[in-house]
Write a protein that binds this ligand. Structure first.
Ligand code: PAF
Length: 280
């Protein structure tokens, strides 16, 4: 496995592979890899001849008061995980490599990005769309892999690829959870022991919402309310949002009948966590 820092090195390698008719999968990450990322890499390795994993903490998708500086980083550990999983190339650029002096072109989206996480993180998806577009142009993969834990991101990327004709297949992969149900996230490392316990309320509240839906409830207001009540029962949790939205448009629904995304974000102490399920 090679680890490279420059766009040119990635391009040269991919060009070689292309000459040999080799298929390429891309797994974009911000590093500090966990089982969730590993599941994306495993799937990519199974479905492509060669896999590129990008490890880049993208400054453009963090708001001024967010955790860019403290976001966990450990390239050595990430490289070991990638190597073991069968990755061919790790792309680990510095911010200056991705955003040269005078950089001023962005990829923005008018729909899908204003609600859910976009409400409290107004510049987030512009940063995500811009960096993912750049990675797509650099690697030119056949397929790219994203986790369903960031369900809004997955929907936004699919929409962007469709709007801008990237010709890349976007593969959404299921949420990977700890044994006790907490969705795997690099940000879980911020939680102390008490907060880690309290964080279970996210999955528990979604499980209650899902149980209502399994029992035939379609009133989005009632489903939402059940989730809110469970989250509010945990003193360390502060709700950012609880939403029941159409899985294609991400617009709130009154009746949860089609494919809907039930998504939540909550602060546990100072750590903002997200979780969701998709109801087909
Ligand atoms: O999901 C992430 O880790 C990031 O948002 C992504 C897709 C790698 C873009 O920086």
């Amino acid at each position: 496995m090679k680890i490279v820092e420059t766009i040119q090195e990635v391009r040269n390698q991919v060009k070689e592979w292309r000459k040999q008719g080799i298929s390429v999968g891309l797994v974009p990450t911000m590093g500090y890899l966990h089982e969730g990322h590993k599941s994306l890499i495993d799937r990519a390795v199974a479905e492509n001849d060669k896999v590129v994993v990008s490890v880049f903490v993208n400054p453009m998708q963090f708001g001024p008061k967010e955790d860019l500086a403290s976001y966990p980083r450990d390239l050595e550990r990430d490289a070991a995980i990638c190597g073991e999983a069968g990755t061919a190339l790790v792309f680990h650029p510095q911010p200056e490599e991705m955003y040269h002096k005078g950089f001023s072109s962005f990829v923005d989206m008018d729909t899908l990005t204003g609600g859910l996480c976009g409400k409290t993180r107004p510049i987030h998806f512009r940063g995500v769309c811009t960096v993912v577009s750049k990675l797509f142009h650099i690697v030119m993969p056949d397929k790219a892999y994203f986790g369903q834990k960031d369900a809004q991101q997955l929907a936004v990327i699919r929409h962007m690829v469709d709007d801008l004709d990237f010709g890349i297949e976007i593969v959404g992969c299921p949420i990977i959870r700890e044994e006790d149900g907490l969705a795997k996230s690099s940000r879980n490392t911020y939680l102390n022991k008490e907060e880690r316990e309290a964080a279970l309320v996210l999955n528990q509240s979604l499980t209650e919402g899902k149980a209502l839906m399994d029992a035939g409830e379609t009133d989005a207001g009632k489903i939402r309310q059940a989730i809110v009540e469970k989250l509010e029962s945990e003193p360390l949790a502060k709700i950012d949002y609880v939403e029941v939205v159409d899985w294609n448009t991400l617009e709130p629904v009154e009746n949860a009948e089609g494919p809907v995304l039930v998504a939540i974000a909550a602060y546990i102490g100072k750590t903002r966590l997200i979780d969701n399920f998709i109801w087909e």
